[in-house]
Ligand binder design. Structure first.
Ligand code: FAD
Length: 375
């Protein structure tokens, strides 16, 4: 019998939920992470008494009561409501597109007036079959919203012209004809008081964790220690890129401590022109209604990804999805290795979705009723 039942590679949210649930069921777990901290990309670090989201702003939101209750078992959540602003060459607009946005754009006050402008712009463009992202967006919201709020931001994010991006990236554009700045439609949302790292710390309570340890540096050693491996790293890297490299978009974060109390008055401000090199500025204290004398801001720059960079967003186009499918098929020949999380599944998951897939996997392994939770 080996020393551990599960060796869990990755102390991110997926690894932590899996470890917590397996540990609760009496299993011996060891968690490894190559980083110097737990919590993966939801890691929050205390700087000047402010919880700083080191890998990008994270707002927990879900429509699912089971997942909301689950996460509330590990933290108390505040009443933060995501309502980002967009700054286009100095003009400010509310997001998502709603009556406040349309009022700032066209000085309209009634939904019918806004609808009329959008409809007439869409009609005048007469795009029947959008061939790219630009045409897709124009055919849904017309040119004013597209030019000021979509074009520059999207081109910076993807590093390509909107006319060169596939239409499917924008399936729908939420347009609201109410004065409602709440970005999410979900019933539950908030920020954990004390930060996300604390949640992961609680999930891992009682579980052995080793940081600054890359599983791939000595996988044979680690495999010999455990009956089963749960791998939440990049699936193509696991297989030594034998079929080729899966693509990602990456990000670069510039964190600054400022000697001022309130820099921008909102947690998230997007910069939607193409000239500003970053896509948004996050002012972390506003996630938790902080009143510290200093503030911490983060500029978020999109970045071309190459092997060795931090992989953030999988590029789920046909080529990469097909490549992923080949790795997935290969993984099926390794019944003692479970691939999980956003990197193992090569899919963008929000936090609630990661928790859902980890809980479903646990139920499947332990032959329990699979919880009815949407991912
Ligand atoms: P990760 O957090 O990436 O954890 C994987 C871990 O595995 C990492 O710690 C890594 O170091 C470790 N690892 C990998 N390979 C090895 C190895 N060989 N050896 C040892 N360790 C290894 N979700 C929301 O719900 N709301 C949001 O507002 C939100 N905002 C986001 C903003 C950005 C910029 C991004 C990129 C994502 C956002 N998300 C958001 C999604 C959220 O970050 C993910 O759902 C979550 O972090 C995924 O957890 P994970 O465990 O799958 O992956």
């Amino acid at each position: 019998m080996k020393e551990y039942d599960y060796l869990i590679v990755g102390a991110g949210l997926y690894g932590a939920v899996f470890a917590c649930e397996a540990f609760k069921r009496g299993k011996r777990c060891l968690v490894l992470d190559k980083r110097s901290h737990i919590a993966g990309n939801i890691y929050t670090e205390d700087i000047e008494g402010i919880k700083v989201h080191k890998y990008g702003a994270h707002i927990f939101h879900t429509n699912n009561r089971v997942l909301w209750d689950y996460v509330n078992g590990y933290a108390e959540f505040n009443r933060y409501t995501n309502s980002p602003l967009a700054n286009y060459k100095g003009e400010l607009f509310n997001m998502p597109f709603n009556m406040n946005t349309f009022h700032a754009l066209w000085n309209v006050k009634k939904p019918d007036e806004a609808k009329k402008i959008i409809d007439s712009q869409v009609r005048s463009l007469n795009i029947q079959h959008p061939r790219n992202l630009e045409e897709q967006a124009l055919s849904m919201v017309g040119y004013d919203v597209y030019e000021k709020l979509i074009k520059g931001y999207t081109e910076k994010q993807w590093g390509r012209k909107a006319t060169e991006l596939p239409a499917f990236i924008i399936k729908r554009l939420p347009v609201r004809y109410t004065f409602d700045n709440n970005y999410f439609n979900d019933r539950y949302q908030g920020i954990p008081i004390g930060g996300y790292t604390k949640i992961v710390d609680k999930l891992l309570s009682g579980v052995e964790v080793r940081l600054e340890t890359d599983y791939l540096d000595d996988r044979h050693h680690w495999n010999n220690l455990a009956e089963c491996v749960v791998y939440t790293g990049m699936i193509d890297q696991f297989f030594n890129y034998c079929f080729g490299i899966l693509e990602y978009r990456s990000l670069f974060f510039e964190h600054e401590v400022l000697d001022c109390e309130n820099y921008q008055g909102n947690a998230v401000v997007n910069y939607t022109d193409v000239e500003t090199p970053f896509t948004r500025i996050i002012e972390h204290k506003h996630f938790e209604f902080g009143n510290q004398t200093k503030t911490v801001i983060t500029k978020e720059y999109p970045k071309q990804w190459k092997v060795g960079d931090e992989p953030y967003y999988p590029v789920n186009d046909d080529v990469n999805n097909l490549l992923f499918q080949r790795y997935k098929n290969l993984a099926q020949g390794h019944p003692n290795i479970i691939f999980g999380g956003r990197l193992g599944g090569y899919k963008y998951y929000d936090m609630h979705q990661v928790i859902a897939i980890a809980l479903k996997k646990i139920a499947q392994i332990f032959d329990e009723k699979i919880p009815q939770i949407d991912e």
